[in-house]
Ligand binder design. Structure first.
Ligand SMILES: Cc1cc2nc3c(=O)[nH]c(=O)nc-3n(C[C@H](O)[C@H](O)[C@H](O)COP(=O)(O)OP(=O)(O)OC[C@H]3O[C@@H](n4cnc5c(N)ncnc54)[C@H](O)[C@@H]3O)c2cc1C
Length: 654
């Protein structure tokens, strides 16, 4: 039973949104595709149970079979070119992938490996003859492949890979070799059991010269038999995703024809002359990697949608489950009527909606860049940065949300049939693959500090320090010096030095201004510290290491600002009505909970008084109480089919 303190203020009218209308808002431009995926998920719901019951090889084979069945519906080809049976619609392909994250996540990841990484690398890095040779089979699933980039010795630092591809002009072939055990390919999805072919990333050597990392198509198996010169071992049982056959691969002088080089960005002539339209090797490398941005966008979206599953179960359970009564004659109280339970779940629910909107903006930008050959380099770099940041925040959010929701369901949350066991285990690695989150945030910071300058790709980490210290610091500080910063936030929120002390906490301009102030203040602070370190004669590596926590906090502040902007913009653009009113509460809850979470910083930097900080906490509590009656509708709006939610005993409790 709700207590008096949980009653909203007089005059407040509770919005009454329609679940269908909210779903339509979330599904956006791709409702049809999302519904196709929902139907496929219901059709293959048994996989969620089989994942718990089958032995590892049987589970992997079953996942492979379902991948092929799903491929036959056209769902996995949406992003591929139309001439190869796809729909040429990258936005639709991400929408499909995200929605697939409602179901078994081994299935999701196997789809990602086959159609995103393997087929995607051939499409993005190869030429017409590669497309003709491999895309039809890769798209219909008759040619299974893997994406062999990571090695035991190097995961995040791909430029330092050890595998070599040495050109032999006499035979017109490349020779692929694993020089030592650190260069073995590791954790490669599809490798242990199913892949016939691999896209292998290796250092290209010609006539004793190294031309850097390039990608080659290398056959791995004939049927079930591993080809000569290749050794493959199973990576073994993993924390999760055991329906995916990850493996290790060694190459011992494996010969492939010259045409095996995926040569969109660089080629080798028969007589061994290397050519590339991109002169600078660093830039070439980052341009090549940049084309693979789709995987990152997809994994981020997958993480956000996995968080929705956890919230859908935990919120609905909390709306039925009772513990403790407030008095002898009182009925037991619903979990969701407890202030702390609201505090645990509802800001996470609001953040999930916010991240969903940020992901939507990202996917739109992705569509625009992929749809245009003429997209400027700066625009591409900004997209990569946005993808990196959204992936990092989205997947960390998934890990945190799933854990909180598991605990919120008590012991029942620990039972495999209630989904959290697999959700936790399977999403955990989302923070690591497709780019480790911490490393990705450094990429975001690099873009911020260099302003996505034309030199962006030429710079490694240390180059970035020197660039900022020598060339960019004035620009960065000028862009974000305190006086300018005040001007900028005053555009959002008129006022003097006290611009932030008078504004209403629920004014979206106040919320935007606070996050913008934090971001820009941090950028200029980092730039100054980098410059000071270099000026003091410290070497660039040491300077970077000392400032690294600040660098990463800056990137996070930037992405949090993008997320809030996306959410405010999306809700602001809705027609007035019940849905807008309901989502408006979520915007406020998300914005104020975000400021509250970093209140120490805002207080340290004079932007929050003690009184105002306390007022924000009171407001967050108040918003939780207002969102509480809407919470079940808000999770129902995710449109997760009951059949894949499972957790029947929790959802029908009481
Ligand atoms: C289940 C699974 C499936 C995978 N599938 C594939 C696949 O199909 N194909 C493929 O090529 N790869 C795959 N990977 C590999 C994955 O992409 C790598 O694990 C990932 O890129 C991280 O590399 P690493 O493991 O070498 O970690 P490392 O790079 O060694 O990182 C370890 C830790 O050090 C930190 N760190 C690293 N560098 C820095 C730095 N400069 N500053 C501060 N901190 C730093 C990171 O934040 C991280 O916490 C898979 C991995 C797993 C677990």
């Amino acid at each position: 039973m709700a207590t008096d303190a949980s009653q909203p203020e007089p005059g407040y009218r509770q919005p009454t949104p329609s679940v269908e209308a909210l779903t339509a808002i979330l599904d956006g431009d791709h409702a049809e595709v999302r519904n196709l995926v929902r139907r496929n998920l219901v059709k293959h719901q048994a996989l969620l149970v089989e994942a718990e019951e089958l032995g590892i090889d049987a589970y992997r084979d079953r996942v492979r079979d379902v991948v092929l069945e799903v491929a036959a519906t056209g769902q996995t080809a949406l992003g591929m070119p139309t001439e190869y049976g796809g729909a040429g619609d990258v936005g639709a392909s991400v929408a499909a992938f995200e929605t697939m994250a409602f179901g078994d996540l081994s299935l999701l990841v196997k789809i990602g490996v086959q159609f995103g990484l393997f087929a995607g690398a051939i499409q993005q890095l190869g030429s017409r003859h590669h497309h003709d040779a491999y895309l039809p089979g890769a798209i219909d699933g008759t040619l299974l492949g893997c994406f062999a980039m990571t090695e035991r010795g190097h995961g995040s630092d791909v430029q330092a890979l050890g595998t070599t591809a040495t050109y032999d002009p006499a035979a017109d072939e490349f020779v692929i070799t694993t020089p030592d055990d650190n260069a073995r390919k590791d954790y490669i999805g599809n490798a242990a059991r199913h892949a016939q072919l691999a896209v292998v990333f290796a250092q290209l050597h010609i006539d004793g010269r190294s031309e850097g990392v390039h990608a080659f198509v290398v056959p791995l198996r004939d049927g079930d038999t591993v080809r000569p010169g290749i050794r493959i071992e199973d990576s073994g049982r993993k924390l999760g995703l055991n329906g995916v056959d990850n493996g290790q691969i060694w190459f011992d002088g494996v010969r492939v024809p010259r045409s095996a080089l995926l040569n969109r960005f660089a080629d080798v002539s028969a007589d061994g002359v290397y050519s590339s339209p991109i002169d600078n090797p660093n830039r070439r490398f980052f341009t090549m990697l940049g084309t693979l941005v789709l995987g990152r966008v997809s994994v981020g979206g997958g993480g956000i949608n996995a968080a929705k599953v956890a919230l859908a179960i935990a919120v609905r359970y909390a709306d039925r489950r009772r513990q403790f009564s407030t008095g002898a004659d009182e009925p037991e109280q619903l979990l969701l009527d407890y202030g702390q339970h609201q505090r645990r779940l509802l800001p996470l629910l609001a953040r999930t909606y916010a991240l969903h909107c940020a992901q939507e903006v990202l996917v739109k930008e992705l569509g625009a860049v992929f749809g245009s050959d003429a997209a400027e380099e700066g625009v591409r770099r900004a997209l990569e940065s946005r993808a990196a940041g959204t992936k990092a925040l989205g997947t960390w959010h998934a890990t945190r949300t799933i854990q909180e929701c598991r605990e919120a369901c008590g012991g029942a949350g620990y039972m495999a049939r209630n989904r959290f066991a697999a959700l936790k285990a399977d999403t955990d690695v989302f923070t690591t693959f497709e780019g480790d989150n911490t490393v990705l945030l450094q990429l975001v910071a690099k873009g911020l500090l260099t302003g996505y300058s034309s030199d962006f790709e030429d710079l490694d980490q240390l180059g970035m320090v020197r660039f900022v210290a020598e060339l960019a610091v004035e620009t960065v500080i000028e862009r974000s010096n305190i006086a300018k910063l005040f001007e900028r936030v005053r555009d959002l929120l008129p006022g003097g030095e006290e611009w932030d002390q008078e504004a209403g906490l629920r004014d979206p301009n106040y919320q935007r201004a606070m996050l913008r102030f934090r971001e820009e203040h941090m950028i200029s602070g980092v730039a100054r510290r980098l410059k000071r370190g270099v000026d003091d004669g410290m070497d660039a590596g040491e300077v970077f290491s000392r400032v690294q926590d600040h660098v990463i906090a800056t990137a996070r502040a930037h992405v949090e600002r993008l997320v809030l902007d996306a959410f405010i913009d999306k809700v602001g653009a809705l027609p007035d009505g019940e849905e807008k009113a309901a989502l408006g509460l979520l915007v406020d809850l998300h914005a104020l909970a975000t400021i509250e979470a970093d209140r120490a910083w805002f207080m340290e930097h004079g932007r929050l008084t003690v009184q105002r900080s306390k007022a924000i906490s009171r407001e967050v509590n108040d918003l939780c109480r207002k969102v509480r009656p809407l919470a079940v509708d808000l999770v129902d709006a995710f449109g997760i089919p009951q059949e894949v939610l499972r957790a029947e005993e929790l959802l029908a409790w009481g």
